[in-house]
Design a protein around this ligand. Structure first.
Ligand code: NAI
Length: 794
């Protein structure tokens, strides 16, 4: 037999990894696991345990404690008690613990990899080569941040106690993403693993004990969604970090609205995998394998929509089908298989029903003739072609080994289809033309772009999405900022609401010569009459009626959002040009400073000196942000793979800004200027009590080359207008700086498009204090980071 014939006839030989050590580890704990609270194992107060199954065999692996509110309470108490001591230990001392955890993970790498595979069903090849090494890397990387904390984050402090809820698709890796940055920064945590996959988290708890991590720093409470709910609701938690489905993310946003809890959400995705005519098709085929058959497609950023340029579509599909024929599905412990088991029968039936729907909707479902294992939870690699961009399978997250394909003709069409989803997590772009790839990347509305690669992750690079894929970033400097808060925040006084005029004061017909000049709203660069046709009285600090403003309503907000959407020229303008406009605004305000000071004095009752100081500070603030426009720079991360990651700070889009009543001119400009400096278009809801400086300000805007629609100003009933803004799908972020009730309103109303929110939680800032009212914190809120992975160097 010739060598070629041997190769042709060679049978596939299994290379099974032994499960013995992992099964022994479980058996040594009598197959039953309690919660890990305050450094010890604690029985669930429910006295209930649930079964955790091996999805590849359907057999029970272990019994896991069902956590309830009492268990959560005990864990939160432990975390609270431990937090100050852990923080005060200092970064370098905390770093030593994180290094110890990283090393212990490496020492236990094989056990953790096999345990993960048994519990989750993913191939041991992946847990061994990807999940566990990345877990160790996360602890190493964040040990470094702990060490550098005072130097790099000197003005920040840990948030406190953080509740973390993770999914089942990367059980230990998601734990590392959540726990490593949080404890590095000096927080303590309560982590709830997903109910299907708790075992590696419990093994990690043992590792924490082994390395002598102080008690209460890491607490692990197991259970299902109800346990998660109890964690979310606990009043002594300062932040919730969640990864999972968009539906549950929405519930968590609702449940935490107005509570003051910080929130990061890493939710679902329907990421495009875009292949241009000139791509290296063989590489792209391997890319698809990694994009959608990695972890059986149960990956939030899986490339699940294949967008093919028409010229290569047929060829690419043929190559892909050929490759699919060679994928091996089987025992996840076999090191030679490509795809293991789906996590649970529930997930399997979701996948099956969505594929059925794809066929009913006219898609062509294709599966290779591969050997499928008997029993267990398995599903073959699947390609659904001829789908339309609006069909269910092109829109809904299948979270299984199923890719849908579509074609496009031009790069613009590719971008339009790519962005035609409610999600915005990741994208892959395949082209040998770097000009084309780098032209497409900024146009994709998502948090991560991989050029000629896919599914790359590293602890130094931020990860997270836009739109209904959530907000916040995990990893690197960006991720550290999500577990720290400015030190001054905990010292802020409460926001004092100035008594608003009562409805009885409205429309009373009080007269004043000044009323002849009732200011209108400012929409799309024009003064616009309010849709309601009504005006509202404005009172001086003494209670005299000093003017009227338009009573804006929903329709006015919608018109303003429409105007802002069209004002793309502001976003496209260079940072140099935006700076020029901000300087121009400052100069024009300077010319009219006496007039503004008089108005402030009359309206808010401050002395002439204070009014003058407020106008001066406002002018300085505009100059500051003119300076910042080209200095709040993007970063380049260096992951330990070939290439670099550009962490591009991009504008968010349309931001709604609800202004406070205190220092009405300075506070409004302190909020508007950073948003504008970064290229956003804004809708300002003026101070309800003191709106006249806002309406005077549009005369400054009109003389300062600000493009129409970049700034829109609405006066009227704050809460009503705020609600409309927060519910509007084209508004991507809402900033709210009024009384406490409004923070709740904004957060609760934001779930439609999962918009970002930035609220003051009923606290008042000192708008004169640069540390509180200007700079990076504001600029960070005005931008979202897109991590673009590009080939670079050898
Ligand atoms: P899920 O979102 O229900 O579960 C994720 C975590 O949240 C689990 O730990 C769960 O116990 C917990 N949880 C559930 N309900 C909760 C609540 N009301 N409050 C607090 N915590 C709660 O995800 P599930 O049901 O496991 O998967 C359903 C779908 O979600 C999948 O088919 C997939 O489309 C998507 N998914 C997305 C993930 C991602 O990484 N973005 C990860 C897992 C699932």
């Amino acid at each position: 037999m010739s060598i070629a014939e041997i190769f042709d006839n060679m049978d596939y030989g299994p290379a099974p990894e032994s499960s013995e050590a992992a099964l022994q580890w479980i058996a040594a704990r009598k197959g039953k696991f309690d919660h890990f609270i305050n450094g010890d194992w604690v029985k669930p107060s429910s006295k209930k345990w649930f079964e955790s199954l091996n999805p590849a065999t359907g057999k029970s692996l272990a019994k896991i404690a069902t956590g309830n509110a009492r268990d959560i309470d005990a864990a939160v108490s432990a975390a609270r008690a431990a937090q100050k001591g852990w923080r005060d230990l200092g970064g370098p001392a905390r770093a030593r613990y994180l290094y110890a955890l990283a090393r212990a993970i490496q020492r236990n790498a094989r056990l953790l990899a096999v345990l993960e595979t048994l519990d989750n069903g993913k191939p041991v090849r992946e847990t061994r080569d990807i999940d566990i090494p990345l877990v160790a890397r996360h602890f190493y990387h964040h040990a470094g941040w702990a060490h550098l904390q005072d130097q790099e984050f000197g003005d920040f402090e840990p948030m406190g106690v953080i509740g973390q809820i993770i999914p089942w698709n990367f059980p230990l890796l998601m734990l590392a993403w959540k726990i490593a940055p949080a404890i590095a920064a000096g927080n303590t945590v309560i982590l709830k693993p997903a109910e299907y996959t708790s075992l590696t988290a419990l093994c990690f708890a043992e590792i924490c004990k082994d390395v002598g991590l102080p008690e209460g720093v890491v607490n692990i409470v197991t259970g299902d969604g109800k346990t998660g709910e109890a964690l979310v609701k606990h009043p002594d938690i300062h932040k919730i970090a969640f990864t999972g489905s968009t539906e549950v993310g929405r519930l968590i946003r609702q449940a935490t609205a107005g509570s003051g809890k910080h929130l990061t959400l890493e939710l679902g995705g329907k990421s495009p995998f875009i292949v241009f005519d000139d791509a290296d098709l063989d590489s792209a085929v391997e890319g698809v394998v990694d994009a959608i058959w990695f972890n059986q497609g149960q990956v939030c950023c899986a490339g699940s929509r294949l967008l093919l340029q028409e010229g290569i579509a047929e060829k690419m599909v043929a190559k892909l089908q050929k490759r699919m024929e060679t994928l091996r599905i089987g025992d996840p412990l076999d090191k030679s298989i490509d795809m293991g088991a789906i996590v649970d029968p529930v997930q399997l039936s979701t996948i099956k029903s969505l594929v059925k729907k794809g066929a009913v909707e006219g898609g062509t479902v294709w599966q290779p003739k591969c050997d499928m294992p008997e029993g267990g939870c398995f599903y073959p690699p699947t390609l659904i072609s001829d789908v339309t961009p609006a069909s269910t399978v092109a829109q809904e997250e299948i979270f299984g080994p199923v890719i849908v394909s579509m074609t496009f003709r031009t790069p613009d069409e590719a971008v339009a289809i790519a962005n035609n989803t409610r999600y915005g997590l990741a994208a892959s772009v395949w082209s040998e033309n770097i000009n084309l790839a780098l032209d497409i990347a900024p146009k994709l509305d998502c948090g991560v772009v991989w050029i000629n690669s896919t599914n790359q992750f590293d602890a130094a690079c931020g990860f997270g999405g836009n739109r209904e894929s959530g907000y916040g970033r995990e990893g690197g400097h960006e991720g550290m900022m999500e577990v720290l808060k400015p030190k001054f925040l905990s010292r802020l006084p409460s926001y004092k609401e100035t008594k608003a005029p009562t409805p009885a004061d409205y429309k009373t017909g009080a007269t004043l010569a000044d009323l002849d000049r009732t200011p209108k709203l400012y929409i799309g660069g024009k003064q616009a009459r309010p849709d309601s046709g009504y005006s509202l009285p404005v009172f001086s600090a003494k209670g005299d009626k000093i003017g009227e403003v338009g009573e804006g309503n929903r329709k006015d907000i919608r018109n303003a959002v429409e105007a802002a959407r069209k004002a793309t020229s502001w976003t496209k303008a260079s940072s140099h040009n935006r700076a020029q406009v901000l300087y121009y605004l400052a100069e024009n305000l300077d010319i009219r400073k006496a007039e503004f000071a008089d108005r402030l004095k009359l309206m808010s009752g401050v002395s002439a000196k204070k009014a003058q100081a407020e106008v001066d500070a406002t002018i300085q603030r505009l100059f500051s942000y003119g300076a910042w426009t080209d200095k709040y720079e993007s970063a380049v991360h260096s992951p330990p793979m070939r290439g670099v990651t550009l962490a591009m700070k991009e504008p968010i889009g349309t931001i709604g800004i609800v202004c406070p009543d205190d220092n009405p001119l300075l506070s409004m400009v302190s909020l508007a200027a950073p948003a504008l400096a970064m290229g956003n278009r804004i809708i300002l809801i003026a101070s309800e009590r003191h709106p006249l400086t806002a309406t005077d300000f549009y005369q400054v805007l009109e003389t300062s080359d600000m493009p129409a629609g970049a700034v829109n100003i609405i006066t009227g009933p704050r809460d009503e207008l705020t609600k409309t803004l927060a519910e509007h799908d084209d508004v991507k972020s809402v900033w709210y700086f009024g009384p406490q009730g409004g923070s709740r309103l904004v957060e609760a109303a934001s779930t439609g498009n999962m918009k970002r929110t930035w609220v003051n939680n009923g606290k008042a800032r000192d708008w004169f204090d640069i540390a509180q009212a200007e700079g990076r914190e504001f600029l960070a809120q005005a931008t979202q980071i897109k991590n673009i992975w590009i080939p670079y160097g050898e």
